[in-house]
Ligand binder design. Structure first.
Ligand code: GTP
Ligand code: MG
Length: 207
């Protein structure tokens, strides 16, 4: 898949600071350090578009990127589960993110990122179950697949599916990715392109 044209647009402190909801948008969310910013750079093919860091907790705002010249937005959300954040600040962020996920009308899908190497984590499962209960559309993205063997990737993904199947009949779309090797890039881009077409058909019908 060719690289895209993408540029940083705006940082919003909360939903009121988001751009006018006129384009389909996709949010990237997950634990701090899971690889959100790296994945954004990988799928757009624009190096250093989103700031990546070895220090967790770097992404602090809702960072908007405009992709393909006024076609869709990509949103890098601050990671959760970073121990050094104060309880008060964490609660505040949870409220901001919850409001964004529940109320943002042009949010088409949220990509929830989990590290392929780890067992299902409590905070990730809580988020996934909450999204499911609220009926919010999301995909599950396994990151850093290059860090373990193919067999271990398959085993961990199967294990994750099994845990989800305890609560949910239908599983979300699943992507296995590596920002280092580019694995999953074309699958995610194809998924977004399809979702964008569906979104424009839907909005045309509403008008
Ligand atoms: P916060 O914004 O702090 O929440 O982090 P983030 O989720 O945006 O993570 P980021 O993309 O900054 O990546 C964190 C670290 O993981 C960096 O050192 C990246 O180089 C590394 N990393 C991210 N994706 C991959 C991957 O697919 N493979 C490998 N091997 N390392 C990765
Ligand atoms: Mg980040």
């Amino acid at each position: 898949m060719n690289n895209r044209r993408a540029a940083f647009m705006i940082s919003a402190a909360d939903i009121t600071g988001c751009p006018q909801a006129r384009l389909p948008e996709y949010a990237f969310f997950g634990r701090s350090n899971v690889g959100k910013s790296s994945l954004i750079n990988m799928i757009t093919g624009v190096k250093n578009l989103a700031r990546t860091s070895a220090t967790p907790g770097k992404t602090q705002l809702l960072n908007y990127y405009m992709v393909d010249e006024d076609t869709w937005y990509l949103v890098d959300l601050p990671g959760y589960g970073y121990a050094k954040v104060s309880k008060k600040s964490r609660k505040n962020w949870e409220k901001i993110i919850r409001e964004y996920l529940l109320q943002r009308q042009s949010l088409v899908y949220t990509f929830i990122l989990v590290d392929t190497r780890h067992d299902p984590q409590k905070s990730d499962l809580e988020l996934i179950n909450w999204m499911g209960e609220e009926g919010l559309p999301f995909c599950l993205v396994f990151t850093k697949a290059d860090k373990i063997s193919r067999n271990a990737v398959r085993r961990n993904v199967d294990e994750y599916k099994k845990v989800l199947a305890e609560n949910w009949e239908e599983l979300p779309p699943i992507f296995i990715t590596s920002s280092h090797s580019g694995e999953g890039k074309s699958e995610i881009n194809t998924f977004i392109a399809t979702s964008n077409s569906e979104y424009s058909v839907l909005t045309e019908q509403k008008q």
